[in-house]
Design a protein around this ligand. Structure first.
Ligand SMILES: [Zn+2]
Length: 661
């Protein structure tokens, strides 16, 4: 037998350079990471040693071309680490993360490379914009610091990268190790038959794993109040060992910001975002607090009236569901039969894209993902030319992290002649048998993630650094949020919302009720989000050297001082399970979702003013915005799309936050 060659050492020979998951083994990753880092450092040395005067081509484009083995390896590996992290993959991640941070520092703290970059001029707007991005990256990475300061910065970056891995892994462990275990099935009264079956274990007990958010979906259904309380308390109390990790990370980030000349990590984090300053973020969030809290208190009164007693946080979702039924006669369970997963994807998500952009999708059963749950589609433009690949992985599994997301497996760029390969992950419970029926929230999420996928697929830029979704993170949620509008657009909804057994369209009255219910409970939804955004903000506005003794007390004080400490509405994430900011890239960035939603709501207004679902509108959005990735100033792209600066009123109206008459 011959040794299996390492598939990362050369470009993939599959269509679109899709990673050859069938050939990739765990033991390939570490040697490929090592070779990838070594090769890239040698390539960077060659750029620095080039005797020719520095030019865009021999410096910036050369950096963009470097590190192909590393990039291939990292894109495949981190896809798997998020979606199907076995113990072996987790061990590799723990080992490789600090080495990657060190590698990044070796490039961005390279003074000769930085000096060379400073002498280059861009020949056109795209080159100048990319060059400026690189210069800012180098300065923010510490290229202007002296040697001892750079030494300290390296140590900080490595420790921060080392800490984020156990934070995430503790969280994945807690989802099952700290799950709710019930012996008596009567205590699960209210759960759907399929959820109850999914919870049943071989030993006769029932397990409800802890999902992402504070508010577990089952809280809306469980009729036993004691069971709800137990589930809620397990949810908010999970992964306590992460509190210590969070304190350490926030402290290190404050020190790093100080070293780089910023007053706080938040100020550092937003400087290269569209928000630009901490004040702008605080002003935006601050505008929302009072009307949201007022809205929540009105909602709480209605729920207490329904319950007939003073409700507790574990009662909110349950009574909200009752009030929703009473007020709108809308039962979420009644809707599920109309939202069958495959139909939602093909006749909903893909259909909307076809109507707007003229694109078509062909399943490629011959192209495999890392798991048999993954389906691959080839995407074509209206004229039949190839756009890229789209991979879809809808199901939850113990090895997948929580939430839903899009990521790239190959970045589009003209420089490397590559077309995009993008994927979407959801966390839908896989039924033991029968069709997968979604909640409306899950339907909306599928449209949302596909909005990111379109941003990646339509990318038409020169350089990988600015490809597709490589935009500031307070902009990146904007196109995906806009795409959610098509989930309830009448022609789209009518095309996919059909009963999975009879094929009957969703009854008009159910559709009307669903729409009427859209603004219901928005106070709650807005406040749980705002509280999380403000909690993130508090952790990242620590002064350098400020000591936090008790993470829980810090959290309580932060929520109180921001005016969002409503006992019935805890933050969507508490510190110990706030993976976005302690294990993901969203530190001092959770505000981004609502920042992007201002742009989103304003853009939805534009589509509505211009007849909605038309090819002309799709082409306009694609040309001015989706195709440009981060190759231009994103706010300039927004203005070219919208014809002016963004207005905040559409967001306030959508969330019921305009002053009540
Ligand atoms: Zn998103």
């Amino acid at each position: 037998m011959t040794e299996n060659p390492n598939p990362f050492f050369g470009p993939s020979t599959l269509p679109y350079r899709l990673p050859a998951f069938d050939d990739i083994r765990d033991e390939h990753y570490l040697p490929a990471f090592q070779r990838g880092m070594d090769e890239q450092l040698a390539e960077i040395d060659a750029v620095v040693a080039d005797p020719e005067p520095p030019t865009f081509a021999n410096t910036v484009a050369a950096i963009e071309r470097s590190g192909q083995v590393l990039k291939r390896t990292a894109m495949a590996f981190f896809t798997v680490a998020a979606s199907d992290a076995t113990d072996a993959v987790r061990d590799i991640e723990t080992e490789v993360s600090p080495r990657l941070a060190e590698h990044r520092d070796a490039i961005y703290l390279n003074r000769e490379l930085y000096q060379r970059l400073r002498q280059v001029d861009g020949a056109d707007d795209e080159e100048s914009w990319l060059l400026e991005k690189y210069r800012v990256d180098f300065v923010r990475a510490g290229a202007d610091l002296d040697e001892p300061q750079q030494e300290r910065l390296r140590a900080l970056n490595q420790e921060l990268s080392r800490l984020s891995t156990p934070f995430q892994q503790n969280l994945v462990d807690a989802s099952t190790a700290e799950a709710l275990v019930v012996d008596d099935p009567a205590l699960l009264d209210g759960l759907s038959e399929s959820d109850r079956k999914a919870a049943e274990q071989d030993d006769g007990t029932y397990v409800l794993p802890l999902l992402n958010y504070t508010n577990q979906p089952a809280l809306a259904e469980l009729t036993d109040r004691g069971t709800r309380q137990r589930l809620y308390e397990l949810s908010i109390g999970r992964a306590v060992q992460n509190r210590e990790v969070a304190v350490r990370m926030a402290t290190l980030r404050a020190e790093r910001a100080d070293l780089l000349g910023y007053p706080t990590h938040a100020a550092f984090a937003v400087a290269d975002q569209t928000a630009k300053t901490a004040d702008a973020v605080e002003e935006m969030l601050g505008q929302l607090v009072a009307p949201t809290v007022a809205n929540v208190r009105r909602e709480a009164e209605a729920l207490a009236a329904e319950a007939g007693f003073a409700i507790e946080p574990w009662d909110w979702a349950f009574y909200a569901e009752k009030v929703r039924k009473a007020r709108f006669d809308l039962d979420s369970a009644e809707m599920r039969p109309y939202f069958e997963l495959d139909r939602v994807l093909r006749d909903g998500v893909f259909h909307a894209a076809a109507r707007l952009y003229g694109v078509t999708f062909g399943e490629r059963a011959d192209l495999h993902g890392y798991n048999s749950d993954v389906t691959t589609f080839e995407v074509f433009d209206e004229d039949g030319s190839s756009i890229g690949l789209f991979l879809f992985d809808p199901y939850a599994r113990p090895t997948k992290r929580g939430g839903a997301w899009m990521n790239n497996l190959v970045d589009q760029s003209h420089l490397l002649g590559e077309l995009p390969v993008v994927m979407n992950n959801l966390n839908v419970t896989k039924p033991v048998e029968g069709p997968t029926l979604l909640s409306f929230d899950e339907v909306r999420t599928a449209f949302h993630e596909f909005g990111h996928a379109l941003h990646g697929l339509f990318s038409d830029v020169g350089y990988p650094r600015v490809s597709g979704t490589e935009v500031p993170r307070d902009f990146v949620e904007y196109p995906s949020q806009v795409n959610e509008m098509w989930a309830t657009w009448p022609e789209v909804l009518a095309n996919y919302a059909k009963h999975h057994e009879t094929g009957e369209p969703m009854p008009t009255e159910l559709v009307d009720k669903m729409k009427a219910a859209e603004t219901f409970n928005q106070g709650f939804a807005t406040l749980e989000y705002l509280a999380a955004a403000l909690l993130d903000w508090a952790w990242h506005t620590l002064e350098p050297g400020q000591v936090v003794e008790d993470a829980e007390a810090f959290e309580a004080a932060a929520l109180a001082s921001a005016g969002v400490a409503e006992p019935l509405v805890p933050p969507r994430y508490r510190t110990s399970y706030f993976a976005h900011v302690f294990a993901g890239g969203y530190s001092a960035g959770y505000y981004s979702y609502i920042w992007s939603e201002v742009l989103d709501a304003d853009s939805v207004d534009w589509f509505e003013e211009n007849e909605g679902l038309t090819r002309a509108n799709g082409d306009h959005f694609r040309r001015t915005l989706l195709s440009r990735g981060g190759s231009v100033d994103p706010m300039q792209a927004f203005r070219e799309f919208r014809g002016r600066d963004p207005h905040i009123e559409p967001l306030l109206r959508r969330r019921g936050l305009l002053p009540q008459d």
